[in-house]
Design a protein around this ligand. Structure first.
Ligand code: ADE
Ligand code: ZN
Length: 326
């Protein structure tokens, strides 16, 4: 099995339908609006975000979040991953009635437990939610910086990309960058290449969540390659959300050929009927990547990981030498 790493997974979006159903039973909540026949139910990006929010609202205590992170990372290790960065959303926790600090600690505890059980290394990226507005995103950045949790090493932004103007969010990212957090931002998923260009100009990220619609502009692809900005590509998510009609129309291969730095990620795995292992399998089956190319993708992820240099060196050595048991 090829060794893997993941940089782009929303922890609330990683909750399996079984776990969400058990949370719903615990809190006596009806899930029929967003869970049907044991699977998530939604039909476009807006209804996906609603299903995501509904599932997130069933995680309310520290134990709930610890279990969520522990479950996800333990499963990821079984898929052959040695490293995972999860997007965390203090805004979702507050809406569910838990303080941002308790939420972050609880997820950190889940990461620590998964690490003890499997050896997987995990970090957290605090994300602001774009459609909650620039003030809320700035607030999330201030929290990430002030709280100084040792496993919070990055800051990002998710949510409705078609909402607002990226320029208005620049301050939030400046606050995070000045404090030494790694920067990533969702762009070029639901909006076109202009959104990726705006991210480069106004946010100056080390990585871009998706970024795939940069393919609409060859000059921009050249710029991404030259600047070495790493793309967190999520092929199955893109096809399921209809960003591209099918794998044949997806630009993963073209981005690699243009010299862009690309990683593979599952985004919100059970919502899209995927997993990190499936993303690697899809890359092999539909984009012709062999095990050497897949290992190189894992290497890119570790090179771009928001970790200290000692951890990065250890992980890079593991990528070169590790044979992960089936
Ligand atoms: N939040 C969770 N998944 C997302 C995605 N694919 N795009 C933007 N925001 C998200
Ligand atoms: Zn995402």
């Amino acid at each position: 099995m090829v060794v893997k790493a993941e940089l782009h997974c929303h922890i609330e979006g990683a909750a399996s339908p079984e776990l969400v159903l058990s949370q719903a039973r615990k809190y006596g909540v009806d899930t029929s609006d967003f869970l049907r026949d044991g699977a998530y139910y939604w039909y476009d990006f807006t209804s996906f975000l609603l299903a995501y929010d509904a599932a997130a609202s069933l995680f309310r205590t520290e134990d709930d979040y610890t279990l969520l992170a522990e479950n996800y990372l333990t499963g990821l290790a079984r898929e052959g991953a040695l490293y995972s960065e999860i997007f965390i959303s203090p805004d979702h926790a507050e809406r569910a009635g838990l303080s941002r600090m308790a939420y972050t600690n609880a997820l950190g505890e889940g990461i620590a437990r998964a690490h003890s059980a499997t050896g997987i290394e995990g970090r957290m990226i605090v994300t602001g939610i774009r459609h909650f507005g620039a003030a809320a995103v700035e607030d999330a950045a201030r929290f990430a910086v002030a709280y100084e949790h040792p496993l919070v090493t990055g800051f990002g932004m998710a949510g409705e990309e078609r909402f607002g103007n990226l320029r208005d969010y620049a301050r939030a990212f400046d606050i995070a960058r000045e404090a030494g957090l790694g920067i990533t931002v969702h762009a070029g998923e639901l909006a076109g290449w202009e959104s990726v260009e705006a991210a480069l100009n106004h946010i100056r990220p080390a990585r871009i969540g998706h970024g795939v619609r940069a393919i609409e502009n060859p000059d921009l692809i050249r710029r991404l390659a030259e600047e070495g900005v790493v793309l967190e590509v999520c092929p199955v998510s893109n096809v399921v959300l209809n960003v591209f009609p099918d794998f044949a129309g997806h630009p993963l291969q073209a981005l690699l050929e243009a010299g862009c730095r690309v990683t593979l990620n599952a985004d919100d795995p059970p919502h899209f009927h995927t997993s990190l292992a499936r993303e690697y399998a899809v890359a092999k089956e539909h984009f012709g990547l062999d095990d050497t190319a897949l290992r190189a993708i894992t290497r890119t992820a570790i090179e771009a990981a928001f970790v200290d240099e000692a951890t990065r060196s250890t992980l890079l050595r593991a990528v070169e030498h590790k044979i992960v048991a089936q």
